[in-house]
Design a binder for this molecule. Structure first.
Ligand code: ACM
Length: 635
């Protein structure tokens, strides 16, 4: 009988017009998906029902209509009404709480007769809408009109809610400035994948990016450096007369606009002012806030720090003086203005990588140590952090900082953002502090995504698969203290928005899934199918992504006789990697890697390789010199 049913199903699927339902590919993976049979079509007559046509309804319709007006050529109508007729879409806030879905979850039910999204809170309706957009054909992302397509949604019941409340992305707008419109597009993309926290890294050695009315030099002087292009931190020293006209800043009106825009996308914006280190832009603007004399300039990418086992050593003093009361008065004013601009509960004070070598030489700091009984430089930094926590709390905000705020003793009320791995986060959680886990070995999306032979060079590599393995809750800590995590996007080597997108996607998909989806549903192969589906959507949307998962890492070694060998380490299965040593461009007629080490011919000068799948090139052509392979292999 069972075989007979399967046979009938097989025959039915062969009948033209009765096709197999498309697989449901959503990022981040929802908690529960039950797919039915058939589909519902949205067309220009489909009305969208809301109990009230308020700001939340507008936010939902704005996102839907952005896609429909570009790809469909029409806008959909929003209607106010508690009961939705057949053939419509309804967004409904529940009058009795549905405990399964919490504050940000939703239920999405698509039937042959219509669609219903229900939630306890507007955020849930918004995320239900994002899922609905991903259920539509990929062409919906097109920014050009698509003809001859039906905007169908498969019949399905989805129940969903996030694993973590803090699903962040950190954007560094100091190292390279990104305009207000670029930040808004960044927020659009965050919201698509259900991120809800924009950590705005607004200040660093390369620029101060927010207007502070009581200290105008911060943006008159501190927001500008010399335009240089090349390897950041190895760029040439600017001459004194080179124009300092590269950079920019957000006016307070710009900030209000960004914060409002983010709110309409259910994203909170948390400002970071990185102190007491990373403050060259401040001391270039107001030299009196440094412990060391002399004029300082905003960094333009030239080397000015050395990184040793002892930590950071600054060649130019880029720190605020912890022994100067005027520094605290200055920061009080800065945090007062920021508190009025950013409704976020948290304010980030940085605290990372503070070089202490100028403090060590400062008489002012020595006097402070004597007066306050501070035994070493960590204690001096802890004193500074303690003062800052009082200032931030006096504005009604909670202070968060990078894990260096643990050094020298942690302020009792502080939240820790763990970046030097998970260690600091574990230590803080064991002390009962809240933690946001952003370990550099899993979520630093400024690192290279594959081999340096093909990727824009950065000092470290973080492949998609490693990011996907990220688990924010370590063993042995109270999981309630782990608020969530973030993708951290530092921009030293990111000069423009296209490259920003390249660095963020697809690793941003992996992090969204880790922060939203149930841990038990993690599935690498299924994730890769979804990533490839998103790549198609990105092509329609003209967004950039990194195809790095198709390019293997190249490993070289010496055999017992000292002969050079290479191996390829692909990130996904199903690839044929074809290669050459004869200086020609390999294609699928060339030898392909079979998992066994390849001997490098003695006179070869260059290895070239390219990944194919199903007979078609899918990776990029990679060239690497045999000299470089020898260097990698070592002795
Ligand atoms: C950091 O990456 N310095 C927080």
């Amino acid at each position: 009988m069972k075989n007979f049913i399967l046979f009938c199903l097989f025959i039915v699927l062969l009948i033209p017009g009765i096709s197999q339902p498309n697989k449901i590919l959503i990022i981040p993976e929802p908690v529960e998906i039950r797919q039915g049979v058939g589909e519902f079509e949205i067309n220009s007559n489909t009305a969208f029902y809301f109990s009230k046509l308020d700001a939340d309804a507008n936010a939902i319709m704005a996102a839907i209509n952005k896609d429909f007006s570009e790809a469909g050529g029409y806008k959909l109508k929003a209607v106010s009404g508690e009961v939705a007729p057949k053939n419509s879409v309804q967004f409904k806030l529940l009058s009795t709480v549905d405990t399964a879905i919490g504050n940000e979850g939703y239920r999405l039910d698509v039937s042959l007769d219509g669609i219903k999204v229900s939630a306890n809170k507007p955020a849930g309706l918004y995320y239900g809408m994002q899922t609905l957009l991903q259920l539509l054909p990929n062409e919906i992302e097109s920014n050009k009109r698509i003809n001859n397509i039906k905007w169908t949604v498969p019949v399905v019941s989805i129940m969903d809610n996030p694993r973590f409340g803090w699903r962040g992305m950190m954007l560094d707008v100091s190292r390279h400035f990104f305009t207000k419109d670029e930040v808004k597009r960044f927020i659009d993309n965050m919201a698509r994948y259900k991120y809800n926290m924009l950590h705005f890294h607004l200040t660093d050695d390369q620029g101060w990016r927010v207007e502070i009315k009581s200290f105008p030099n911060l943006t008159k002087v501190g927001a500008w450096n010399v335009k240089k292009t090349g390897d950041f931190y190895k760029l040439s020293q600017p001459a004194d007369d080179e124009p300092r006209d590269y950079g920019g800043f957000y006016t307070q009106d710009d900030i209000r606009e960004i914060v409002q825009y983010a709110k309409e996308h259910f994203v909170e914006v948390m400002p970071e002012v990185d102190i007491p280190g990373h403050s060259l832009a401040v001391v270039a603007s107001y030299p009196e806030f440094s412990c060391s004399p002399g004029i300082k300039k905003v960094n333009s990418g030239e080397t000015f720090m050395d990184w040793g086992r002892q930590g950071a050593i600054a060649r130019v003093d880029n720190t605020l003086c912890p022994a100067n009361e005027n520094v605290y008065a200055f920061l009080d004013k800065v945090f007062t203005e920021l508190a009025t601009l950013f409704p976020s509960q948290y304010v980030h004070m940085g605290g990372d990588e503070c070089a202490k070598n100028f403090w060590e030489k400062s008489d002012q700091v020595k006097q402070l140590m004597q007066k306050e009984g501070l035994k070493d430089m960590d204690a001096v930094q802890a004193y500074f952090v303690g003062r800052i926590s009082k200032i931030i709390e006096s504005k009604g905000k909670k202070m968060i900082g990078w894990d260096e705020i643990l050094d020298g003793g942690l302020v009792p009320t502080a939240t820790v953002m763990s970046w030097r791995g998970m260690k600091g986060g574990i230590e803080a959680a064991k002390m009962g502090h809240e933690v946001v886990m952003t370990p550099n070995n899993f979520v630093y999306v400024d690192f290279m995504q594959s081999d340096v032979a093909i990727e824009p060079p950065v000092y470290s590599t973080l492949r998609l698969k490693k990011t996907f393995e990220y688990e924010p809750i370590p063993e042995g800590v109270n999981p309630k203290l782990i608020k969530g995590g973030q993708a951290n996007l530092w921009t030293e080597q990111i000069y423009n928005e296209r490259h920003l997108e390249y660095m963020l996607w697809p690793r941003g998909f992996a992090i969204s899934e880790i922060l939203w989806s149930p841990k038990g549903k993690k599935n690498w192969n299924q994730f890769i199918s979804k990533v490839e589906d998103q790549f198609e959507r990105f092509k329609y949307a003209d967004r950039k992504f990194a195809p790095s998962m198709y390019d293997p890492l190249i490993k070289s070694s010496k055999d017992a006789k000292g002969k050079l060998q290479v191996d390829f380490d692909p990130e996904i299965t199903g690839l044929n990697i074809h290669y050459s040593f004869d200086n020609s461009y390999p294609d699928n007629y060339y030898p392909s890697y079979d998992g066994k080490s390849i001997s490098v011919p003695i006179d070869a000068t260059t290895l070239r390789l390219i990944s194919y799948r199903d007979g078609k090139p899918i990776g990029r052509m990679i060239s690497i010199g045999v000299d470089a392979l020898n260097k990698r292999a070592g002795k």
